[in-house]
Ligand binder design. Structure first.
Ligand code: PXL
Length: 287
């Protein structure tokens, strides 16, 4: 057995969608598998996610965010990372910002996945001014993980359909980093042709851009952004660099999609990330 070190702890701020494999039902098991303690701050409780499934229940937990924050603060908790995703209301943008202010330290990292849009459109439950509010929250982050649609909304630009050019992708990375004053950006949904899909990373402190692409699997699979973000954070907290962590996340997400594609499961119901955990742990050098 490897030398036992202090266990890393993450505050995961996402909704819990009971069925459909996204947000907390994805983040908690992935972080746990990677040996990281995950504390959950649920932003809303839904029966399913909102992507292509109608009739879902929605309980907004905005009123619980500040009491959670204050109770955790009174316990003197330290988080190695704070990972936010789907927020349940416009007001939560400020409340989560307050959480960041309270728990930010010199040695932890704030990772914001600005969950609000995909495929050129805002998710139905969000208004366009949500994007401006999300851009403000992003200013408090150390790492941003938007998809290309979210990147366009954060910058107030019109969405452009792919395939993309390197100049376009690097323009988005650099504008996000400069305008939102965030040093590290990981952009998902990057593709230059129909054969491959993946992520691009940018570190403003070094100016380095890296691309991590994998063979593209047909179809739009739900919850993959959350699988990706949770795996990326697992890599970072296990000591990997930004681009190596993005590589781990691309391989894990791709393998999970491939299993689901081969099993011909309903693509709205999420991906088989569970049975890809052993290879994910090997990639993290944990197995
Ligand atoms: O995976 C993003 C996500 C998280 N939570 C809810 C969602 C979505 C995307 O649609 O609907 C409730």
């Amino acid at each position: 057995m490897k030398k036992i070190t202090r266990q890393k702890r993450v505050a995961a701020i996402h909704d819990i969608s009971g069925f459909g494999k996204c947000s907390l039902t994805v983040a908690l098991p992935i972080l746990s598998a990677a040996g990281i303690e995950a504390a959950a701050l649920p932003t809303a409780v839904l029966s399913t996610h909102t992507g292509g499934i109608s009739g879902f229940t929605y309980r907004d937990l905005t009123d619980d965010i500040r009491p959670f924050t204050e109770h955790w603060y009174s316990l003197g908790l330290h988080f190695d990372a704070i990972y936010s995703g789907f927020l349940g209301s416009f007001e939560q943008l400020d409340l989560v910002g307050e959480f960041f202010d309270k728990f930010k330290t010199d040695d932890n990292l704030i990772l914001v996945d600005p969950v609000m849009a995909d495929n050129g459109e805002m998710y139905k439950i969000f208004t366009p001014d949500f994007a401006a509010g999300m851009a403000n929250l992003c200013r408090k982050a150390d790492i941003l993980v938007p998809n290309i649609t979210e990147a366009a909304f954060l910058l107030g630009e019109t969405y452009k359909e792919g395939p993309y050019s390197k100049a376009f992708v690097e323009g988005l990375l650099k504008k996000l980093s400069e305008q939102l004053n965030v040093n590290k950006i990981v952009l998902t949904g990057v593709f230059f042709d129909e054969k491959e899909l993946g992520a691009a990373t940018y570190d403003r402190t070094t100016g380095v851009v890296d691309y991590i692409l994998a063979p593209r699997i047909p179809g739009y699979y739900h919850g993959t952004g959350d699988v990706f973000g949770s795996a990326l954070l697992s890599g970072l907290l296990n000591g990997f660099s930004l681009s190596d962590s993005a590589g781990i996340a691309v391989r894990y997400t791709t393998e999970s999609i491939k299993r689901t594609f081969e099993a011909k499961t309903d693509i709205r119901f999420g991906v088989d990330f569970e049975r890809s955990i052993p290879n994910f742990l090997k990639d993290l050098n944990l197995l």
